[in-house]
Design a binder for this molecule. Structure first.
Ligand code: PRP
Length: 188
């Protein structure tokens, strides 16, 4: 079933990754996680809000694999798609101790890498047994931070993307596919 998103004047969407491509990428990541951890329990940490859709589908793709899940919320003033200085703050932290646990940080997209770099350092300092990054969409064109992504789903074009968790001013997160958003003014 196709969804017709409500667009404002001058906006247009072009599908970049459809639902089947996203589902396939997530199945591949789930297989990689199963092989990498070989039955060891893993804690998935999702970064809200964007990763909410991805982590829900990743959890289902992992089926009966032993995982637990937690979430963080960060503010990233002057970073990410705003560009500029790096000021990432954790405003909602995870609940438990990370010592001795196998942790995967789950993000919807990495753009400049500032958010992922900050969170990986913060989590690593808490003494997990291992720490890896899992990202659905890798957009490397404007990278500021040299980040390592261990599990990558999709390689993004250099465009403003929305859908499947990704937003523009909080809109479009619920689209079941990922699109390039353009406006006639091209000011995004
Ligand atoms: C997005 C995304 C990452 C971050 C990536 O979050 O979910 O957390 O930007 O950008 P960076 O690699 O340039 O640091 P956003 O700040 O848009 O918040 P959201 O998850 O609530 O949409």
């Amino acid at each position: 079933m196709m969804v017709e998103p409500a667009l404002r004047r001058g906006e247009s969407l072009e599908v970049v990754f459809n639902a089947e491509q996203i589902a396939s990428a997530i199945e591949t990541i789930a297989s990689q996680i199963r092989v990498t951890y070989a039955g060891e329990a893993v804690l998935l940490i999702g970064v809200l809000k964007g990763a909410a859709i991805f982590i829900a589908d990743l959890m289902r793709a992992l089926g009966d694999y032993p995982i637990t899940v937690d979430f963080m919320i960060v503010t990233s003033y002057g970073t990410g798609r705003n560009a500029g200085a790096s000021d990432v703050r954790i405003v909602k932290d995870i609940d438990g101790d990370l010592k001795g646990r196998h942790v995967i940080l789950v993000e919807d997209i990495v753009d400049e890498g500032v958010t992922l770099g900050h969170l990986m350092a913060a989590i690593r300092s808490r003494g997990p047994a291992s720490l890896r990054a899992c990202v659905l969409v890798d957009k490397p064109f404007h990278r500021h931070e040299g980040v390592t992504i261990d599990f990558v789903g999709l390689d993004a074009p250099d465009a403003f993307l929305v859908g499947y968790g990704l937003d523009h001013q909080e809109r479009f997160r619920n689209l079941p596919y990922i699109c390039k958003l353009q406006t006639s003014a091209e000011r995004i």
